[in-house]
Design a protein around this ligand. Structure first.
Ligand code: NAD
Ligand code: UGA
Length: 465
């Protein structure tokens, strides 16, 4: 089966970049990305490529090449579904905030809405591709909805989870380690798998396109994120041990990472992992395991989250301790708010939780982040519901000049590993801060020895000075 038209429901961090790359690499396929959020679609269609709704290095170039040629962004969901042979579901699947499974299970309301809308808008057979990260066996529910519409149409459900990381999305999409496609073993299922394989084969070597059954594919996505997050929590656990023993976590990471069985990637100790997915996907796995009665499995994975929460709180507590056990009324400057560099995404960023902790101790937080707006920072804090939004505004200021942000500060805390922090004039920063000037490097990126020479008191993750 040859695909000539694709519809993708959800123009977010995954739907936008993923479809832009498919459109760039498959100029003969018309790709329409749809969303119910008009503002988001307007931003995707905007003239100014600096203002796309998602900031990703290289994305502007891909969009400018394909947009208007074979890549379209629209709010007309039904029309795009109707004309496509293949429909991707790439909507959000956040942790449930209400009812059964609150705080752990994935909220599948948007996925179900998509399935119902596909069923209602379709007039021809379709391949439906789960691109969102979903609990294992979700395809069963999607299929059940699509098969019971009474319209006589045939739907094949594929699972094609996305492994891109934010900040490197375009690189990850262009040079994926692997592409995973799960489908049914029936001849129709295999034909659907082949149709999607043919799309990715435009730029991904065939041996890197893995095909499995649907359940393995769904579960592999949750498992990959759980393993990655587990590595971060593991090295963060070791970082605390380093701080009390005189070992240096970077040296330990290098030493263990040289073992090819362990590998060197994803061993950077930090203030804690953030992002929209690690926590949500692990909680989801914990929930699924418990619902099958697998309590030991659930407890095992839950520990990854417990360790991460501990690391964020520990960072805040260390700041308070070093500032003579009180931060009340003291200005503490945050360098970075995004959950990692090269993205404007702040979902579950460690910075939010560290700030919340310090504000509860009445600290005055001044934030500088090169890509995150003040509006977003306040919204992140308000979302926690710890205090009123007026109070959050009283305790937090957001500035667009880093040098202004550090003026008369007691401490600078690095929360995101933006490269530009390395280029700063740290002598000048030292001069403008209150003494003793303290630095808390939550990302271990700054040249600690040089800063100590300038006169800073430096604390970093997994090191004792
Ligand atoms: P997002 O919130 O950025 O985007 C989702 C979009 O879907 C929103 O714009 C929303 O308006 C739209 N939407 C929701 N319901 C809709 C409907 N019924 N019709 C039309 N549009 C609808 O989310 P995201 O970060 O792109 O994540 C999407 C999925 O991909 C999630 O399941 C996530 O776990 C997974 N994922 C995310 C990443 C990542 O780096 N962000 C990576 C891999 C996988
Ligand atoms: C992660 C995975 O890497 C992707 O493969 C996956 O597709 C995606 O989740 C998803 O499902 O959403 P992402 O969250 O965008 O991607 O970014 P990562 O690079 O994985 O970083 C996650 C968090 O871990 C960040 O806060 C980062 O700073 C932190 N981290 C990462 C560390 O603290 N140390 C490390 O060594 C690596």
């Amino acid at each position: 089966m040859k695909i000539t038209k694709i519809c993708c429901i959800g123009a977010g961090y995954v739907g936008g970049p993923t479809m832009a790359v498919i459109a760039q690499k498959c100029p003969e396929i018309k790709v329409t990305v749809v969303d119910i959020n008009q503002a988001r679609i307007d931003a995707w269609n905007g003239e100014d490529l600096d203002k796309l709704p998602v900031y990703e290095p290289g994305l502007d170039k891909v969009v400018s090449e394909a947009r208007g040629r074979n890549l379209f962004f629209s709010t007309d969901v039904n029309k795009a579904i109707e004309e496509a042979e293949m429909v991707f579901i790439s909507v959000n699947t956040p942790t449930k905030t209400y009812g059964e499974g609150k705080g752990q299970a994935a909220d599948l309301k948007w996925v179900e809405l998509c399935a119902r809308q596909i069923a209602a808008a379709s007039t021809t057979d379709k391949i439906v591709v789960e691109k969102s990260t979903l609990p294992v066996r979700t395809a069963q529910a999607v299929k059940d909805i699509l098969d019971n519409t009474g319209n006589g149409l045939k739907f094949q459900i594929l699972s094609n989870p996305e492994f891109l990381a934010e900040g490197t999305a375009i690189e990850d999409l262009l040079f994926a380690d692997r592409v995973l496609i799960g489908g049914d073993s029936s001849p129709e299922g295999q034909e659907a798998i082949q149709a999607l394989v043919d799309i990715y084969s435009h730029w991904i070597p065939r041996e890197k396109i893995l095909t499995t059954n649907v359940w393995s594919s769904e579960l592999s996505k949750l498992t990959a994120n759980a393993f990655l997050a587990q590595r971060v929590s593991s090295i963060n656990a070791i970082s605390e041990l380093c701080e009390v023993t005189g070992a240096d976590v970077n040296e330990v990471a290098r030493a263990i990472g040289a073992d090819s069985r362990i590998g060197s990637k994803f061993l950077k100790a930090s203030v804690g992992f953030g992002g929209s997915c690690f926590q949500k996907d692990i909680l989801n796995m914990v929930y699924i395991s418990r619902s099958y009665g697998l309590h030991a499995v659930a407890d095992y994975w839950e520990q990854v989250i417990i360790m991460n929460d501990h690391q964020k709180a520990r960072f805040a507590k260390n700041i308070i301790k070093a500032l003579y056990n009180t931060v009340s009324g003291k200005k503490i400057t945050f360098f970075g708010w995004a959950f990692k560099k090269d993205t404007n995404d702040t979902r579950e960023s460690a910075a939010i939780y560290v700030a919340d902790y310090l504000i509860s101790e009445q600290a005055q937080i001044c934030v500088y982040d090169p890509k995150v707006s003040a509006e977003k920072i306040y919204a992140d804090l308000d979302y926690l519901n710890t205090r009123s939004s007026e109070e959050n505004r009283k305790y937090v200021t957001v500035l667009s000049d880093p040098y202004e942000a550090v003026d008369s500060a007691h401490a600078v805390a690095v929360l995101t590993e933006w490269d530009e922090f390395l280029e700063y004039d740290w002598d000048k920063i030292f001069q403008s801060m209150l003494q003793p000037a303290q630095i808390f490097d939550g990302r271990n990126i700054l040249p600690h020895k040089d800063l100590s020479k300038i006169g800073f008191r430096v604390k970093a993750i997994g090191k004792s000075f």
